[in-house]
Design a binder for this molecule. Sequence first.
Ligand code: AHR
Length: 494
Amino acid sequence: MRIILNPNRSAGTINRNIYGHFSEHLGRCIYEGLWVGPDSPIPNENGLRRDVVSALKKLNIPVLRWPGGCFADTYHWRDGVGPVSERKTIVNTNWGGVTEDNRFGTHEFMELCRQLGCEAYFSGNVGSGTVQEFSDWVEYCNMPGKSPMADLRRANGREEPFNVKYWGIGNEAWGCGGNMRPERYADLARQYSTYLRAYDKEHKLFKIASGANVDDYEWTRKVAEIAGRQIDAVSLHYYTVPGDEWEHKGAATEFSREEYFATLRKALRMKELVAEHGRILRKASPKKKLGLVVDEWGTWFDVEPGTNPGFLYQQNTMRDALVAAVSLNIFNNHCDTVVMANIAQTVNVLQAMVLTEGPKMLLTPTYHVFDMYKGHQGAREIETYAETSLLTCGDWSVPNLHVSASEGADGKLLLTAANLSDTEEAPLEVLSDVISAKSAVTGTLLTGRPAAHNTFDKPDAVKPVTMTGIRVEDRRFTATLPACSVAAFEIARE
Ligand code: AHR
């Protein structure tokens, strides 16, 4: 099967933030997954798990979204600052009705971002908060001089501003964020945005409006038309759910062939969503380039048997790896539209990078895909064409191959390719004028049965290996992708 790489044509630079993540106060994502507290026997630095942070650091995470999700529109940031023993206790009404004692708040999250070396993306409360409260949070985080909120920050131990750039104006305002109609939300977005101020010229804010659910194009159009001047981007939430009903989403590790193909077909739908929402943004706000921020995406299955249904804990297989691969390929290929994406969620929730059990930790197949794809961050997307065959199972058809490619500042090309067939290998012939017989081509491969996954007893059942059998000639190289695999080829020109 031929893949053509054409460095002469590009959709632009792949924004690093496409490789962003999302961590909510939900189940065991923040508590246990990331934060164990400074007195925990689990090795930690300032309360944050050393094992998890060091694994995530390797992914070069550019940006991390917090504190929700639905939790964000119930969150009052002042509850999470100041002496821990005096912090207010609330009920996490969205996620299991558990007690939230706010021991992880703004300062702890910013410490996490410092340790990861990433930017913070705060999702502010519009659903149950006030304009004043949101505006105060920005002042608390970003005001360098003297002011009531900056003084409060200093009293809480932080002299310098945090300079948080990314601010989400509510979350899922059409649902858990207030059940609003788009006109009402768009007016609120205008109002809130007015009072979210930049406190110095060098630190402009990037404001993200709460966007559509899946294919609610009317939402995107109205928000962009009404609030386009006051915002920088509109978000989109799309989850890959194999089942037809939320009550029967399907299991994470035990699934039929038909569910495998349904999952991949639904993941591929991201292309249509990104293209159409992007087209609407360009049309609705022609004078200002509004970005699309896919700040929640990933697989959503039934929770693992015996776990709290409100905690959204699911295993992660090679099927998830393929969903990650095609989604990231789609974002790369639409980098003229998608300015940020945040997979849901970092640890122990939905399509996680890392799962933990007490002091143990494992890396999921999805983690490895993010690792293999990280060279695309900030690189120049290049045009690809893949010759594919169509795979059909029951009602579902998908192409067997899915690819994207980029060129780094050092001139090296990165080609990422997924073989979606569960049974057939894919012999590849990769063609490009920039390849010569002397080019160094290396490959990393992740493969296994569709349901293959890592467990705490066998944490390395699915892990990347170096590819063998790559043959390089003038203008082409050949390699074979096993069934159900993801590969990353690095091509150094001569
Ligand atoms: O990621 C889990 C939840 O999914 C988020 O809290 C919400 O925004 C979405 O519905």
